[in-house]
Design a protein around this ligand. Structure first.
Ligand code: UDP
Length: 501
């Protein structure tokens, strides 16, 4: 059993401006916002605003790094404190110089006064972002030298109409083109479709795109009476108010959907602005995974270990945790499993709380599990150095909740997946990786609908670890992603266009 305490160990490749200075800058914004070097620089200067959540922050940081290292930008990343999980704060605070990105932490938002305790994820994040926008605006106004471009994430769209600054504004959408299509078309579906989407027997049509099965809709669309649904529809309508949308994927990943988004007869009238696929941008390995973990991996045969993790926020029930433990054990395949304390009726139970400490997840494992699997498995409580694990040649499978960053990390390391979606847009991602890309297997019934039993888990683990075709496909996809990022290729050129703009 290994305890990697904080997420920073996995992300030391992300380089920050001194965090205490960044925190000070967030609180005394007009006095100390951006270092002198940036103020005096003649380079283009991008201001990036990330919403809370590691799944949002990590892609934003990667975009910032890419702009600096490949496109000659100065970059300032604005982050939000207090509303984030302890794991996220640690990630932000733990990494010091040398400087690559300038980090400014905006003043904290007290969530307790903003939303009801039982408010859903999108409602919570949207409320935080609404609160933060005036502070962000003040921070930008206080800069002696204004940024030349603003890049906001999906939830930062609220800033588009209140930021009067005369500079191009882009939305960074760290997801798939299919998810973007559903989002910009949500206001139309809202007018045209009656009743709950999930009660339909027919899929939802999106012009020029693959239809969406009712059970695959994103979380806010599961209940049209919930406040987060209204928020999502507003967001879909608001996205096109920017100058362009950046996607963390590449042209060859979803060619049909990208064509539809650019086609006047299909989705273009709804998205309205240019689309720039700029990915796959993923974290570099931190090179800080504990030696004993790497030593263990070094001893295992090539592509023999399955890595199991539900992202930064995903949680499962005690019944599911028990079945998963048994499924892994029965498969007799080697594994690394990131275990969190189980939670009933909350699929993103760690989203705002990861790293809070407290409950030891190990005590929920079946009696004798650790002893029986000690020669084939490693259990890591709460947080693991994911990118270091996935890139190790001994890893040959990933049971994932299909968060988009995890999915890309799997692809860029040529690791086939077991798609186990939990929340947000993860059901769409699971459908893409299994049906369109053919690089994953998935349970017969969605894990959110019923407990996946140990026999099925055992079968999926065996299949993902031996299926040669699936492995070859993901290897091809890895190459295609790599070449999209190379100089002169599609993703590289997309960011160059923004730089020229
Ligand atoms: N992650 C990690 N260790 C963990 C869990 C997650 O390093 O134990 C990282 C993972 O590599 C990815 C991010 O956290 O970069 C999770 O983002 P994703 O979009 O996959 O899912 P989310 O957390 O947003 O649900």
């Amino acid at each position: 059993m290994h305890d990697f305490k904080t997420p920073d160990e996995a992300v030391s490749s992300v380089i920050f401006h001194n965090p205490s200075e960044a925190r000070a800058a967030g609180r005394i914004i007009t006095k100390l916002s951006i270092p002198r070097a940036v103020m005096e620089s003649s380079k283009p200067h991008a201001a990036l605003l990330s919403s809370p959540g590691l799944g949002h922050l990590i892609p934003m940081l990667e975009l910032g790094k890419r702009l600096v290292t490949h496109h000659g930008f100065d970059v300032t990343v604005f982050t939000i404190s207090a509303s984030t999980s302890p794991a996220e704060s640690q990630l932000l605070q733990s990494i010091a110089s040398p400087q690559l990105l300038n980090m400014v932490e905006l003043p904290p938002v007290d969530m307790s006064n903003l939303v009801d305790a039982d408010a859903k994820l999108v409602t919570r994040i949207a409320a935080i972002m609404r609160e933060i926008i005036p502070r962000f605006r003040t921070a930008i106004s206080g800069m002696k030298v204004r940024p030349t471009v603003l890049i906001l994430d999906f939830f930062g769209f609220e800033a588009l109409h209140i930021l009067e600054f005369d500079m191009p504004k882009y939305i960074y959408f760290p997801g798939t083109a299919w998810f973007l299509s559903l989002s910009v078309y949500a206001p139309i579906l809202d007018m045209e479709v009656e009743g709950e989407y999930v009660d339909r027997t027919e899929p939802l049509s999106l012009p020029g795109c693959k239809p969406v099965r009712p059970e695959d809709v994103v979380d806010p669309m599961l209940d049209r009476t919930n406040q987060e649904y209204l928020q999502y529809v507003r967001m879909g309508a608001g996205l096109s108010k920017c100058d362009g949308i950046l996607l963390n994927m590449w042209e060859d990943l979803e060619p049909t959907t990208l064509r539809a988004l650019r086609d006047e007869e299909a989705m273009a009238p709804f998205v309205k602005v240019p689309i720039y696929p700029i990915g796959p941008l993923t974290r570099c390995p931190g090179g800080v995974a504990p030696r004993e973990l790497l030593d263990w991996l070094d001893l295992q045969p090539t592509e023999s270990v399955i890595y199991v993790s539900f992202g930064s926020g995903g949680t499962i029930t005690i019944e599911q945790l028990t079945e998963l433990a048994w499924g892994l054990e029965l498969s007799q395949h080697r594994f690394i499993w990131v275990v969190r304390p189980p939670i009933q009726n909350n699929l993103y139970g760690s989203y705002f709380t990861l790293g809070n400490g407290g409950d030891d997840p190990i005590r929920y494992l079946p009696v004798g599990f650790l002893g029986r699997t000690k020669t084939i498995g490693i259990v890591i409580p709460n947080w693991a150095p994911q990118v270091d694990i996935l890139r190790h040649p001994s890893v040959g499978g990933f049971l994932s909740h299909c968060g988009w960053s995890s999915t890309l990390e799997s692809i860029v390391n040529a690791v086939p997946m077991i798609a186990w979606p939990l929340f947000a847009e993860q059901r769409l991602n699971a459908t893409i990786v299994t049906e369109d890309l053919g690089i994953a297997v998935r349970p017969e019934v969605l894990p959110t609908k019923r407990v996946v039993r140990r026999e099925e888990i055992e079968k999926m683990v065996r299949r993902v670890m031996v299926d040669k075709e699936m492995r070859n496909r993901v290897k091809e996809l890895k190459k295609s992603g790599e070449s999209a990022l190379s100089k002169g290729a599609s993703s590289y050129n997309s960011l160059s266009l923004i730089a020229k703009d």
